[in-house]
Design a binder for this molecule. Structure first.
Ligand SMILES: *Cc1c(COP(=O)(O)O)cnc(C)c1O
Ligand SMILES: [Zn+2]
Length: 417
């Protein structure tokens, strides 16, 4: 048995037992996103900061009582979670801040944050006896699902826009997934995947549709608090596309507050690309995200390109309830953030990961954070996912190799000796 009490619709507040509905509140079609509600009293009987301190398991499964899975459910063997939280004194000094940490989820098994959710999806798919699992994705959720599926020999069918970066498509093919390269946007791929899952009875991992994905993603907040000895950070920066990660970040801190393991919620700052700013627009103008029309999304940060953020209710809740904000950054700011972050920390991020750092840079300029704040920046994806963008960023900052003859004389000239 899991410790899930029920699922609550974020629109109408109706509650369901987990076996009553599979993904969404039937009253609102694909919009009826459900929140998973737990019985914290019974969770506290089997889990505490002390029990965690002596648990050797570094993966997200160390928090199994807080996850929507049965205690004895088989879990994929890959090491999902347990990523490093680096103190970054040089970066902090560079921005005139006291304390900044970088949570590096580029270090997940398939090199993005999405592994946290896909691991949970595979447990749930097995639980309901599904034979095939599917998702649409801008690339990383797909790679995560394909990799975790491969780790247990589970067939996966993946829908990605044909424009997805090569490295991500290479991951899908290498892991042996059936790959549908959709001639259209991520939003088109998403709608098609929902139809296909329905038509063929495939288990549906889609973000902002499957209620359990933000549950996997919330483990990042547990890790951050554990790694900071339960001293909650003041501010967390995370990039936002569909809004599932930021919703999960909020949920993780929320759970810990309910358990009384932390005493306050950090302000959660969602960073969007200027060309994919649906949520930032809605937040600034006070628009209802359910009725707001989709926008046309264009950004170099493919992982956060979403014209209609599928998890927008949870994303908006995360920012509003935590007293946070949405900020937007231009593609140029995102690209220049890649080498800057890399040179200040040694961490190579893909554009959507570096966007969170670009958001921090901007928040310092605008006074959204103060020098005393204890700040965590989440890198959501590894830079090797999108080498073309990294090369473009290097060019923009004037970094270039020296083309030299194989002689010491040529080296001497290159270093200006
Ligand atoms: C998916 C993704 C995001 C955004 O997550 P959402 O849940 O879509 O908001 C950010 N960065 C990377 C690298 C991602 O893969
Ligand atoms: Zn409802």
């Amino acid at each position: 048995m899991s410790h899930v009490k029920h699922l609550t619709c974020l629109i109408c507040g109706k509650t369901y037992q987990p076996d009553q509905v599979q993904y969404i509140c039937p009253d609102h079609g694909a919009e009826g996103i459900l929140d998973v509600v737990y019985d914290y009293e019974t969770i506290a009987e089997s889990l505490s900061p002390q029990s965690l301190a002596s648990d050797q398991d570094p993966t997200i499964w160390r928090y199994k009582p807080l996850l929507p899975v049965d205690a004895d459910a088989p879990t994929p063997p890959l090491t999902v979670g347990g990523t490093p939280l680096y103190a970054t004194p040089r970066l902090a000094r560079h921005l005139g801040l006291k304390q900044v940490w970088l949570k590096d989820d580029g270090r997940e098994p398939t090199a993005s944050f999405k592994d946290r959710a896909s691991a949970v999806a595979l447990v749930k798919a097995q639980e309901v006896g599904a034979e095939i699992i599917t998702t649409a994705s801008t690339g990383n959720a797909a790679a995560a699902l394909a990799g975790l599926a491969a780790s247990i020999g589970f067939p996966a069918v993946i829908f990605v826009p044909a424009s997805a970066p090569q490295a991500k498509i290479a991951q899908l093919l290498t892991f042996g997934a059936t790959v549908m390269l959709v001639d259209g946007s991520y939003d088109d791929a998403f709608d098609l995947c929902l139809q296909a899952a329905d038509a063929y009875g495939w288990y549906n991992r889609n973000t902002g549709y499957n209620p359990y994905m933000s549950e996997g993603k919330k483990t990042v907040s547990y890790e951050i608090c554990e790694q900071l000895d339960w001293n909650t950070p003041d501010v967390v920066f995370v990039s936002v596309g569909d809004g599932c990660i930021i919703g999960g970040v909020y949920k993780g801190f929320y759970d810990l507050l309910q358990l009384g393991w932390i005493d306050r919620m950090p302000r959660i700052i969602g960073v969007q690309a200027q060309g994919s700013n649906f949520l930032a627009q809605a937040w600034e103008k006070g628009e209802d995200v359910l009725t707001k029309a989709p926008i046309t999304a264009h950004t170099v940060a493919d992982s956060i390109s979403a014209g209609l953020p599928r998890d927008r209710l949870k994303a908006m809740r995360a920012v509003v309830e935590s007293g946070g904000a949405f900020v937007t950054v231009s593609d140029e700011e995102i690209l220049t953030a890649i080498p800057e972050l890399a040179q200040l920390t040694g961490v190579f991020a893909e554009p959507a990961g570096a966007a969170a750092y670009a958001g921090l840079r901007q928040a310092v300029r605008s006074g959204l954070v103060s020098p005393e704040d204890r700040i965590v920046v989440i890198n959501t994806g590894n830079g090797l996912k999108d080498v073309a963008s990294a090369m473009q960023a290097a060019e923009m900052t004037g970094a270039a190799p020296h083309f030299i003859a194989p002689t010491l004389e040529a080296v001497r000239r290159a270093i200006g000796d």
